[in-house]
Ligand binder design. Structure first.
Ligand SMILES: [Zn+2]
Length: 465
């Protein structure tokens, strides 16, 4: 479907200008004032046009536990999460829809779903999430979350000798599963991508990482993992490898320009240099890092060292929303308290570039997505500058990033297909989705995690608490 957006405001080096944008066969065909209307005319007056953002790290099914998770650090929080995560495919479907809708309505047109798999129904889980994202029409990067060590292995041993249950599925079986998922669902031209996504050094063996590298090379897949989210993981890496996690991942060949790494809170200066040298991408999840007390990632250092940084919401039980604009705001101004030199603080325009082009780079798609450039795919968002939260008229990008924009996404397109109109997702019935989320849940304040009770004492000892 071809269309022409007329008289939209876009940001240029010297401020703003009003242009028309022609979109032909899913791509931006021209950007200039007073263009001929090709296809349908779209009124862009008093609206800000930006490239779609990337929600570059989330776990959609965590939506079912948002708001209820105890106030705990990651390792204990994770134990609680898994104690109460007996998901079924229908829930996976609904939470993927919900994640897509919230991402779209906060400016995101792409989502990287580090998808928790239902044991024994792994391919079905992936198929279900893919189905949901196809129905909504958001650009999907489904990264099936895999590991081959059991959850207690993610906590450092300290002085004690710890033994861990073997993981229920073999490394080989896990890799075969991912290869099958690639065959069945990896369709980049249709907006559905499968990533290799070992959860992180804390729960994965080298065999799993190297197996993922091989799949990534064979099928040209991006790589996605958590990295050094907590101090406990920093300690664990030293116990496991005798060096930092980043040094180890470099040694085994996991890092590169197709690799995006969520969190990256506990890296040394030498580690940061390695990320820059390997052109790896950092996905900044500021809200989750605050919620779980993980720390403040040294984002300004990354930027000064030349590491590409983009934003993610992280799963909705460690955030507890999928409001990408909120993550961008906090993830930008948070660093004003860690770095005295205000000349390095992130400006709203830089935030927008990190959220769009930064996300595209992290998925090795900077030549196709992430900016308003002729020839790139039309993943576009129009923000309504007459909405109350974007008034009065000052600096549109400044207010979008630093304000508290609500209901400001008026229209959005992915690959030239409109999926948001008049502030509403048009491809699915959102009222039905609300009803399903309501019907399948209940208000609850009384639950207790057994696993947390079992492992908390050890965690406190190891962490010196
Ligand atoms: Zn995560």
């Amino acid at each position: 479907m071809n269309f022409t957006i007329e008289n939209a405001l876009i940001a240029i080096e010297e401020g703003y200008t009003t242009v028309d944008v022609q979109v032909v066969e899913g791509k931006i065909a021209a950007i200039a004032p007073n263009l001929d209307v090709v296809g349908t005319a779209v009124d862009g007056r008093n609206q800000l046009l930006l490239p779609g953002f990337f929600n570059a790290h989330t776990h959609s099914s965590e939506m079912w536990q948002r708001g209820i998770m105890s106030v705990l650090p990651l390792e204990l929080w994770l134990a609680e999460l898994y104690d109460f995560a007996p998901l079924d495919p229908e829930q996976v479907y609904l939470s993927a829809l919900g994640t897509a809708v919230e991402t779209l309505l906060s400016g995101g047109t792409s989502v990287v779903d580090h998808l928790v798999l239902i044991p024994g129904q792994e391919l079905e889980t992936i198929a279900t999430a893919v189905k949901a994202y196809r129905e909504v029409g958001i650009r999907a990067f489904v990264a099936p979350l895999i590991q081959d060590e059991s959850i207690t292995a993610g906590i450092p041993s300290g002085e004690s000798a710890q033994t861990h249950e073997p993981y229920f599925r073999s490394t080989t079986a896990t890799l075969e599963l991912i290869e099958e998922a690639v065959r069945q669902f990896h369709r980049p031209d249709e907006g559905v991508n499968i990533l290799v996504a070992p959860t992180g050094i804390q729960l994965c063996t080298d065999a799993l990482f190297t197996g993922c590298i091989a799949l990534s090379d064979r099928y040209n897949l991006c790589r996605h993992s958590h990295l050094l989210e907590t101090r406990a993981q920093e300690k664990l890496a030293q116990e496991k490898y005798g060096c930092t996690a980043v040094e180890h991942l470099k040694r085994i060949g996991y890092l590169g320009d197709r690799t995006s790494l969520a969190h990256c809170v506990w890296l040394s200066d030498a580690d940061i240099a390695i990320l820059a040298e390997t052109q790896s991408t950092v996905v900044h999840n500021p809200l989750s890092n605050l919620r779980l007390g993980s720390g403040i990632a040294p984002i300004l250092k990354y930027r000064q060292t030349g590491v590409n940084v983009t934003f993610g919401c992280d799963g909705a039980s460690s955030n507890d929303s999928q409001d990408l604009l909120e993550a961008i705001k906090i993830g930008s101004i948070l660093h004003n308290v860690t770095d005295l030199d205000y000349q390095h603080w992130i400006t709203p325009r830089q935030s927008v570039e990190m959220a769009s082009l930064g996300g595209a780079k992290g998925l090795n798609l900077a030549d196709q997505l992430g900016s308003l450039t002729v020839g790139k795919k039309a993943d576009l968002v129009l923000y309504d500058l007459t909405s109350l939260s974007l008034l009065p008229r000052t600096d549109p990008v400044g207010l979008l990033v630093l304000g508290r924009p609500t209901n400001v996404v008026n229209r959005a397109w992915v690959n030239g297909k409109q999926i948001v109109a008049d502030g509403k997702v048009t491809t699915i019935n959102v009222d039905e989705l609300r009803q399903e989320l309501f019907n399948r849940s209940q208000w609850d304040t009384q639950r207790k995690s057994q696993t947390v009770a079992q492992i908390e004492a050890h965690y406190r000892t190891v962490m010196g608490l």
